[in-house]
Each structure stands twice: as C-alpha cells, then as structure tokens.
Design a protein around this ligand. Sequence first.
Ligand code: ATP
Ligand code: MG
Length: 285
Amino acid sequence: MEKLRIAIQKSGRLSEKSLALLKEAGISLNNGSRKLRSVAQSFPLEVIYLRDDDIPQYVEDGVAHIGIVGENEYAEKQCEVDLIERLGYSRCRLSIAVPKSEQYLSLEELDGKRIATSYPVILENYLQEHGVKAQIHVLSGSVELAPSIGMADAIFDIVSSGSTLISNGLKEVEVIMKSEAVVIASRNINKDIQAVLNDLIFRVRSVMTASNNKYILLNAPNENLQQIIDTIPGMKSPTVMPLAEEGWSSVHSVLSETEFWGHIDRLRELGAQGILVIPIEKMIV
Ligand code: ATP
Ligand code: MG
C-alpha cells in the first residue's frame, strides 16, 4: 500500500512538536528521529526530515504529499500548495523593528531606508501594498544584528517574546503577519493517499480539540443544580449522578479551559465543591 509522505523539519522549533502531534494521533515512528526518513508502524505514513525552507518546494513537487511548516515559510515561498490545517503551535509574528533610539511614527518613514530580512517576498509585498519603497537586504540569519553594525536602518524578522529585539537595542514598530505551524498539501494527491490524509487530519483535529478542553467534575448542592448545569452545559448536557450524601449530586461536563476559568467564581457562588479539572487525551465531537 502506498504511504502518505509527510515532510517535517529535521531539527528546529517545529520538529519536536510536530513529532509529538503525530504520536498523540496514535502514529508511532520507528525512531531515530534524526534520520532522513522514518516509517510509521501502525499507519500508512512515512516521514522525511528536511530544512523548513525546503518543505514548500518538496510538497509542490509532490516529493512529499504534505508538510508541516511555519505559515511564514508558506507565505514566503509562494509555492503552488494548499494550506489545509492550522496547528496552533510555534506561534510568532513577523514584524518590522528599528533602533530603540529612533522615533518612529509611520511606515512611510521607511521610504528609501535599508531593511534587512530573511523574508524578502512577504516584506516586498507589504511595502508595495502601502506604496513604500525601501532597499531590502536579504540575510539568512542574525538579522537582528544588522542595524548595530550599520548594515541596515531597520529589520523585518520573526518575533515571539520580543526579548531578542530588546537585547539588540531594537523596538517592534509594525506587525506584518502572524504565524503558526500549518499543514500544507500537494495539489496532486491520488484517491488512496487522500483517504489516508483525511484519516490523519481527523486524528489531528481530535487531538487539538482535546487539548483545548477539560473534563470537569464537581459536587453540587441539589438546590442549585439547575443553575450549575446551565453554567457548564458541556458537549451535549452534563452527566448528573446522586452522591451518597443526600441533597448533593456529582456533575460531570466538558469545557474549554478558558471557559472554565471564566465560570469558576459563579460555580463557587452556587456552592459547587470538590471541583476537579482533568485533561482529555482525545476528543471526537
Ligand atoms: P532550518 O534549519 O530548518 O532552516 P530555521 O532556523 O529556519 O530552521 P527555526 O528557527 O527552527 O527555523 O524556526 C522554524 C519556524 O518556527 C519558523 O519558520 C517560525 O514559523 C517558527 N518560529 C521561529 N521562531 C520562533 C519563536 N521564537 N517562537 C515561536 N515560533 C517560532
Ligand atoms: Mg529555515
């Protein structure tokens, strides 16, 4: 049987989480994850390990059927591939930064300036849209050093916490795109491979849904039971079971973590006790 071939970053910020996601989706690899290629044991899939820059092209060429890359890499390479799923990890943004001492009011101030970046295509498109002409200097790494050594007036680079910018005397002045890990797919996938891909995406979604949700158990005084149920309605409706102690019930429900924190005060006001929040491994809705 033909295998679905997925390209994953060989080593870097996407590798570990991408492999962990496959594992949570029930796909175990005959490891040595640092090899060039590995085959899944219980699922018709094989992984090839590449530099993230190369993944969009390999997928366009059909060498890999799908790949996991940062959305920034997908946008930069402008390859003929489809973005089929957002994965929610490796979140970052691509921003313009200038030396902290510069006063900065608007994008127009970059007209005629030199901007260093590893993402010339995204930058060029953005500047063009806003009618700004700048000289773009392409660097493959250590972009944040360029202003301090006099190579550029500004940079356009990946930012997550902003601490790298600060330690290089820079300040973020424009956010141009937000990025997260995404699945990209070739446009020429045959029916058999598409079926495997659908199965994989189904599993991945179950893992992602589960990680956003928690299983909640609590003890509720019967006089407030209805109000408690209304507060945490859950997937369909909560399970309610009587406790051995009269006048009390156990309520079980499923809630997103943020919803849970939003409701906690209300639940305690209503007399809920012994609240347990339990992680869910897989969730199929
Ligand atoms: P390669 O050797 O494969 O070319 P790289 O050095 O280009 O690796 P990494 O630094 O490993 O790439 O980053 C991979 C992706 O992770 C980036 O394209 C981006 O989408 C995301 N990313 C980068 N930096 C951060 C960060 N600080 N926080 C979160 N995500 C990030
Ligand atoms: Mg790279």
